[in-house]
Design a protein around this ligand. Structure first.
Ligand SMILES: [Ca+2]
Ligand SMILES: [Ca+2]
Length: 142
């Protein structure tokens, strides 16, 4: 049942992205790619011109998903020395929970929050310039 709902959600995302792609062609292929994150394991990636774009401001983002088996205080860090990072945290329905620009060191984005058990989505985003970054989701001390 849950899997079915999730598939429908992904399909909806694809449709939305597809609609976006009609006016912004060339980016839609990567938009529905979602990386599964494991808690406590840093993930190194790159934002570049091939990544999905936010409809609001045309900035690039990578999409991630993580699952919590129980309620937990977590900290999400998006760290880059090459660009000004920005984080978006969504629930399984695609509703925005929180976004952050500079709560980490320098211009790095950080979200610290208690989350219920469930599936969550992260958009690792940038103000404009791109490059390499590290994303880390880990338990934090509340
Ligand atoms: Ca990317
Ligand atoms: Ca920032």
């Amino acid at each position: 049942m849950k899997r079915t709902r999730h598939t429908a959600h992904l399909l909806l995302l694809s449709l939305l992205v597809g609609a976006c792609g009609t006016t912004d062609s060339g980016f839609e292929d990567d938009c529905d790619q979602t990386v599964e994150l494991a808690l406590g394991q840093p993930y190194q990636a790159v934002l570049n011109a091939q990544d999905c774009r936010r409809e609001a401001d045309d900035t690039a983002f990578d999409q991630y998903r993580f699952v919590l088996d129980e309620e937990l205080s977590i900290q999400i860090d998006m760290m880059s020395v090459q660009f000004n990072s920005f984080l978006w945290l969504y629930d399984d329905d695609g509703d925005l929970i929180e976004s952050d620009d500079n709560d980490g060191n320098a211009n790095n984005a950080r979200i610290t929050r208690v989350l219920r058990a469930g599936t969550y989505m992260i958009h690792a985003n940038t103000h404009e310039s791109m490059g390499a970054y590290t994303l880390l989701v880990r338990p934090s001390i509340p």
